[in-house]
Design a binder for this molecule. Structure first.
Ligand code: UDP
Length: 237
C-alpha cells in the first residue's frame, strides 16, 4: 500500500477497545492489531495514543461522587490497560512494540521519553503512549495532538467509534445532522462541536497539525485513512 504519510499518530478511542462494554474485547483488538500490522509493513511509522473510556472517565466518576483528580488518575490507568492489550495482539502478530507511559510504572512500560520514542519508530516499532498526559483535567484527544507534535507526526488520525466524521450536530440526537468532508479548526471551535475537546483542536490549529476524524467501527478504515483515502472529516487551517 502507498501512503502520503511517513509517520502517523493514531488516536484509538477507549470505547472501541471495549466493543461497547466495560473492559477489553480481544476480538476487536486483534482486528485493530491486524490493520496496524498492514500499515507498519508498508513502511509507515505508527504511534498510538489510547483512550480509556471503556474503563473510566474522570468526569463520569465525579458525577457519581468521586473527587475529580483521583478519578482522572483512574481514567489514565485505564488507558495503560488498553495499551497492554493492544501491545499483546501486535506482538502476537509479529509487530515489535514499545509502551511508554506518562506515569512511571517501570515494570510494565518505559517512561515517556520522546527522543527514544522517535528512535523506536525509526526502527519500525509501534509506540503506544499510555496514561494520557499524566495530568488530571486533560483528555487523551489533547494528548494525541501533543504527542503527534512532539514526535513530528505528519497527521493526527482521530478514530471514533461508530461515528464516521464530524457533524454539525450530534447525529445520535438529530437525524438531520450533516457531516463535513472538511472544516477549519476555527469553524470547529466556533460551533463548539463535541467530537473532540477544544484544547486538542486549538493545539492542532496553533501548530498547523492536520487532523482526520474517521470511524474505527468499519473494518479496513485504519488502512484506508493511512493510504490517504478520503474517508471521514479533515480538520485543517
Ligand atoms: N485523563 C486525564 N488526563 C489525561 C488523559 C486522560 O485525566 O491527560 C483521564 C480522564 O479522566 C479521561 C480518562 O482519563 O476521562 C480517559 O480518557 P478519555 O476520556 O480521553 O478516553 P476516550 O474517550 O478517548 O476513550
Amino acid at each position: 500500500m502507498a501512503s502520503p504519510y511517513r509517520r502517523v499518530l493514531l488516536k484509538l478511542s477507549g470505547e472501541a477497545f471495549g466493543g461497547g462494554k466495560v473492559g477489553v474485547d480481544p476480538d476487536v483488538i486483534s482486528e485493530i492489531a491486524a490493520e496496524i500490522k498492514q500499515v507498519v509493513e508498508s513502511g509507515v511509522q505508527v504511534a498510538i495514543v489510547t483512550g480509556g473510556g471503556n474503563f473510566f472517565r474522570g468526569v463520569e466518576l465525579q458525577q457519581r461522587g468521586m473527587e475529580r483528580r483521583r478519578a482522572d488518575y483512574m481514567g489514565m490507568l485505564g488507558t495503560v490497560m488498553n495499551c497492554l492489550a493492544l501491545q499483546d495482539f501486535l506482538e502476537q502478530a509479529g509487530v515489535p512494540t514499545r509502551v511508554q507511559t506518562a506515569i512511571a510504572m517501570g515494570q510494565v512500560a518505559e517512561p515517556y521519553i520522546p527522543l527514544r520514542a522517535v528512535r523506536h519508530l525509526e526502527k519500525g516499532r509501534v509506540v503506544l503512549f499510555g496514561a494520557g498526559s499524566g495530568m488530571p483535567f486533560f483528555s487523551t484527544d489533547t494528548v494525541a495532538a501533543q504527542r503527534a507534535l512532539e514526535i513530528g507526526a505528519d497527521v493526527l488520525l482521530m478514530s471514533k467509534n461508530g461515528t464516521d466524521g464530524v457533524y454539525d450536530s450530534d447525529p445520535a440526537k438529530n437525524p438531520d445532522a450533516k457531516r463535513y468532508d472538511s472544516l477549519s479548526y476555527n469553524d470547529f471551535l466556533a460551533q463548539n462541536l463535541k467530537v473532540a475537546d477544544a484544547t486538542s483542536i486549538s493545539l492542532a490549529r496553533d501548530n498547523k497539525l492536520p487532523m482526520i476524524f474517521f470511524d474505527l467501527g468499519v473494518p479496513g478504515n485504519i488502512v484506508r485513512v493511512v493510504q490517504g483515502e478520503k474517508i471521514g472529516t479533515t480538520v485543517h487551517a
